[in-house]
Design a protein. Structure first.
Lengths: 97, 94
């Protein structure tokens, strides 16, 4: 049972690290601000979610596990708001130019 | 397991460091701010992995603080860079 959980956690963390790789590649390679924003906010939040999912079996106790989930929810909420605001700022800059 | 978690933490940190090249290349302020946002998300993931690897529970609190600070940094950037948004109490003020 423990080794099964370890395998599941390794799979989730490796997938999460893959999404971080995708997010960084998108940020560096995509052509304009909005496509870069698209790559960054979605891929990184999913990567963090998978990392949290992989760490949940290793959390000592229900409270510690809930705390991990709360960190992820806070990052998703902040990321969703921040991406809208950055996109609006970039669009206004483009319109004013 | 601890070695794997540490390795994953180092990998995520390396990805964040690569993404910081966007700060050098720009071209706009919004692109630079996105690299800072990547530092927030990736830093949280690296901290959580490191916390699970070392067994120090307090690292999760550091990650929570980083999540809060990254959100505030982005909001401060937008309020400073968009004309009119930095002065949100303008309608009430004489």
């Amino acid at each position: 049972m423990t080794s099964l959980l370890n395998v599941a956690s390794v799979v989730a963390i490796v997938a999460g690290a893959g999404f971080f790789l995708a997010g960084t590649l998108g940020l560096l390679r995509f052509p304009d601000t909005f496509t870069r924003l698209h790559a960054l906010t979605k891929a990184d939040n999913l990567g963090l979610g998978l990392v949290v999912l992989g760490l949940l079996p290793h959390a000592d106790g229900v409270v510690a596990g809930l705390k991990l989930v709360v960190v992820w929810l806070l990052v998703m909420l902040a990321g969703a708001c921040a991406s809208q605001m950055v996109a609006r700022a970039a669009r206004r800059r483009d319109l004013n130019r | 397991m601890a070695e794997f978690l540490q390795g994953a933490s180092v990998f995520v940190l390396a990805m964040v460091a690569l993404g910081l090249a966007r700060i050098l290349r720009g071209p706009g302020d919004a692109d630079r701010m996105m690299a800072a946002q990547l530092l927030g998300t990736g830093g949280i993931a690296a901290l959580l992995l490191l916390g699970a690897a070392s067994g120090v529970g307090g690292i999760v609190d550091v990650a929570l603080t980083l999540a809060l600070l990254a959100a505030f940094a982005t909001i401060a950037f937008v309020k400073a860079s968009v004309p009119g948004m930095s002065d949100d109490s303008g309608a009430d003020r004489e």
